[in-house]
Structures are given as C-alpha cells and as structure tokens.
Design a protein around this ligand. Structure first.
Ligand code: SAH
Length: 323
C-alpha cells in the first residue's frame, strides 16, 4: 500500500468511518494528481485517445454552431478535465478558422495532467474551476468523461453509505446516488450560458432513466478492481445521471441526451473515416475501422455513452441531436 493509502486508512480508523463521497473525493484527487492514467500503459482509455476522429468531429460541431451563431470574434473554448489535451489538439487542427479566433481555457486540477496538456496545447490558460474563466463572452465548453470522476453520495435507504473497517456500511443495496459536484457545475455553466451565450457539450457514460443501484467502480490497468482494494491507485468513477444534469442546467436550453453512436453518426463519423482510409495503409485502415467500432458499436461505447448539450441566449440549436 502507498503512503497515501496508509494515511487514509489510519484516518478512517481514527474517525470510525468515512462517507463514500469523501473517500471517492480523496482517492481521485490523489490518483489524478500523481500520474497520467490514460492510454495503453495506463489504467483506462477514452474516446479522444482511441481516435483523432473524435476530437475532429467535436471541432466540426463547434465550428458549425459558432458559424450559425454569427461567428462572434470574441469566443472561448473551454474544456473540463482535458486529460492529455488530445481532444482539444485534434479539435483545433480540424477547424483552423475557429482556432484562430478562440481563447482556450482548460479546467484541470492535476499538475501531472496539466503538464501533458501543455505539450499538446501550449496556448491554453489553466484554471482550478470555472469561476475564474472570463464570463463576459460566449464560450463553447466540452466535458468528455469528466463528470464520472466527481464524487457521489450513496444512500442505503435513508442512511448515507460509509466505509469503515474496510467494508461498506450499512449493509444493503444502494437505493440512490447523487453527485452534488456535478449538478453544481452544470448550474454554474447554464447560468453563464444564459448570460453570455454559447454552448456546452457533455459526453459520458451514464443513464437517462431513473435507474438506481451501486454504480461506483474502480479500474486499474484496464481491469475492474474492488473500489476499496487500492485507495488512490485506481480510477474511481460512477455513472452520470443525465436527467439530474439537465435539471441542474435548466436555465439554459437543453438538447438530448442521445447516444454517442447517434451523435457521432449524425456528425458524419462514417464519411470522416472513409476520407482517412483513402490515404491509409491496409494496417491503418484496420485501425480506423476498429476505432470507429469501439466508439459507436452498441456493445462497446456507442450506447452506454450519452451526449447532451446546453445552449445559451440567442444561440441556435446544435447539430447531432434529433429534433
Ligand atoms: N477528458 C479526458 C480525460 C478524462 S479523465 C479524455 O477524455 O481523455 C478525467 C479528467 O478530469 C482528468 O483530466 C482529471 O485530472 C480531471 N479531473 C478530475 N476531477 C477533477 C476536478 N474535481 N476538477 C478538475 N478536473 C478534474
């Protein structure tokens, strides 16, 4: 066990227990601050790391919306939890006209990932949270696999679920999960959009109905592990409640949620893949086809991952969502 884990376990013992919420917050803060967890040699892979097409299509989504909003000169691109910065680098390359105008703001708490992001997007400005991002101009915000990393409260009936003595307490099925950090951030984004115009795009795995149950999970080296087995050394996530996000963002106009497969198909993932294949080797063509399958197949990320958007004052409806 790491020094962090030893200290956390001693603290839990001294206090007699810790909430799932505080455990998840503490473990993830340590986890992200101390490593770059992405990619083949890391713990998990995300859509922008699977294919450049992902960031490119989000670039096209932004470009289309910005153009139809009248292409305001003062425009910001904001990303929550940019990981390695891959999505933004692919996005900026795909839409040079927008890239030339836009200020780029990254909201990232991890020093390790800020360094990785600076290599790919040196022009970005970094923030600890959205409060310091300028609020006087329209912005387009992207959050891919950000909200799933925020700490959740779990309930077993009326009792908040705790961890004590290496076990969950009380015994019994989780009846409800809530992510206050997520709804707070959505409310802040929506209030800004209502004021300055712009859009927000949220992509994550999660649910759109009233599903309940325990969705807390831990991943290490691309395998599921027990959430209590290695504190601060595995990626703790929970499914995102898209209806809760929409309710929290209701001061802006909501679009979706739809599935990742439907969203990427509507943006033309098939055409983009074909274009890339035309100047690719046979091996590269296989890689492209495999990546598209991973992003869109219902047995892979296509159905579990959902996409929703918010748009602000006087901004048009975004592409990618059924009318
Ligand atoms: N969007 C990236 C990375 C997803 S991993 C991708 O798709 O590849 C989650 C990201 O959110 C990491 O960059 C992590 O450091 C960041 N993060 C997690 N909790 C955060 C918080 N509370 N505030 C800001 N960033 C956070």
């Amino acid at each position: 066990m790491s020094e962090f884990a030893d200290e956390l376990i001693a603290e839990i013992k001294a206090k007699g227990g810790i909430t799932v919420h505080d455990y998840m917050a503490r473990c993830n803060a340590h986890y992200y601050a101390t490593r770059d967890p992405l990619g083949k040699d890391g713990d998990f892979t995300t859509a922008p790391e699977i294919s450049q097409i992902f960031g490119e299509l989000i670039g096209v989504w932004c470009m289309d919306l910005w153009t139809r909003a009248g292409a305001p000169d003062d425009i910001a691109l904001v990303e929550l939890g940019p990981g390695r910065g891959t999505l933004m680098a692919d996005l900026l390359r795909a839409v040079p006209k927008l890239a030339a105008k836009a200020k780029v703001h990254f909201i990232e708490t991890s020093p390790a990932l800020r360094r990785a992001q600076a290599e790919r997007v040196p022009r970005a400005t970094w923030h600890d949270d959205i409060d310091t991002v300028p609020a006087d101009r329209p912005f387009m915000l992207i959050a891919n696999e950000f909200f799933d990393a925020l700490p959740i409260l779990q309930y077993v009936g009326d009792a908040e679920r705790m961890i004590s003595g290496g076990r969950f307490e009380p015994n019994g099925d989780v009846t409800e999960e809530r992510c206050l950090a997520a709804t707070d951030i959505m409310a802040a984004i929506a209030a800004r959009l209502a004021n300055s115009g712009g859009a927000a795009l949220v992509i994550d795995y999660g649910y759109t109905g009233g599903e309940t149950g325990d969705t807390l999970q831990a991943v290490k080296g691309h395998e599921h592990v027990g959430p209590l087995s290695a504190p601060g050394e595995s990626d703790l996530t929970a499914h995102v409640d898209f209806h809760a996000l929409q309710r929290a963002g209701k001061t802006a106009r909501g679009h979706g949620p739809t599935t990742q497969a439907a969203f990427l198909s509507a943006l033309g993932i098939g055409l983009r893949a074909e274009a890339l294949m035309q100047r690719a080797s046979e091996k590269e063509r296989d890689d492209i086809a495999r990546a598209v399958h991973r992003l869109t197949a219902p047995t892979e990320m296509g159905a579990l991952f959902k996409v929703m958007a918010l748009t602000g004052r006087n901004w048009p409806a975004p592409a990618g969502f059924p009318a």
